[in-house]
Design a protein around this ligand. Structure first.
Ligand SMILES: [Zn+2]
Length: 252
């Protein structure tokens, strides 16, 4: 095989791996941030529930105070019943006391409602508090996993970059600039396999003459249609779908 061709095939693989790793590395901060945001939302919802519970308790205290006040009034009015002089005054006073007692019952209903609401809130606060701990642990573990993945990706990318530089050094000046030019023009893919007479990157048939030449893998050729550097890959024996990479392995 032509030495530049062999090297350029490897260079393409290395560049694709670097691009894949870069994409992965760049996506990590957003993933970590969204995990933190989810947890913050959970904590915020819990704070809201606690605030509602506190407001409920405050309301109940006020209602209790209201009842006390009215009951004092009732007691005073009951004392005054003994001092009234006429039936009319008696009836008026009795009516007033009845009105006050009805008010007390109304407030007692409100207190009952508040107590039911408090019970429900209390239960939800407790449930969320228990869940919050496991949620925090889950997020911390997930963030740690992503961060260690990032470190591993960084390391791998760094060693691939070293390998890329080595390969580029070994290429002839013309091949190196040819590769870079096609790569820039063809969205990162500068090298294509030829299989069954086709350039597998653009799916166009090669002229028989070019095909015969490319089958030797001893010349550096480019596809006349897409311009990519082409190399020949022996078709896989029936099974195993096409395009599994460099086609470097053949023996079993
Ligand atoms: Zn092509």
């Amino acid at each position: 095989m032509h030495p530049d061709l062999k090297n350029v095939i490897e260079l393409q693989l290395v560049d694709l791996k670097i691009a894949g790793l870069t994409k992965q590395i760049d996506s990590l901060p957003a993933q970590i941030q969204s995990l933190h945001a989810g947890l913050d939302e959970f904590i915020h919802a819990q704070e809201e529930r606690k605030k509602r519970l506190a407001a409920n308790q405050h309301d109940r205290k006020e209602l209790d105070g209201d009842i006390k006040e009215i009951q004092e009034k009732i007691a005073k009015h009951k004392d005054q019943l003994y001092q009234v002089k006429t039936n009319d005054q008696f009836r008026a006073m009795t009516k007033e006391i009845e009105g006050e007692e009805a008010k007390v019952r109304g407030i007692e209903d409100q207190i009952l409602e508040k107590m039911l609401e408090a019970e429900d809130l209390q239960k939800r606060v407790q449930e969320a508090a228990a869940r919050l701990e496991s949620e925090k642990a889950r997020v911390a573990a997930e963030v740690a996993r992503l961060e260690s993945e990032q470190r591993a990706d960084d390391d791998e990318r760094r060693s691939l970059q070293v390998r890329r530089d080595e390969i580029q050094e070994s290429l002839s000046e013309t091949t190196r600039s040819l590769y870079q030019r096609i790569r820039a023009a063809r969205r990162g893919i500068a090298v294509a396999q030829v299989s069954d007479g086709l350039c597998t990157a653009c799916n166009v048939l090669l002229r028989p003459q070019v095909y015969n030449e490319v089958r030797t893998n001893e010349v550096l050729l480019t596809c006349e249609n897409c311009g990519r550097i082409i190399h020949y890959v022996e078709p896989a024996p029936s099974e195993a779908e096409e395009s599994d990479g460099s086609g470097a392995e053949a023996t079993a």
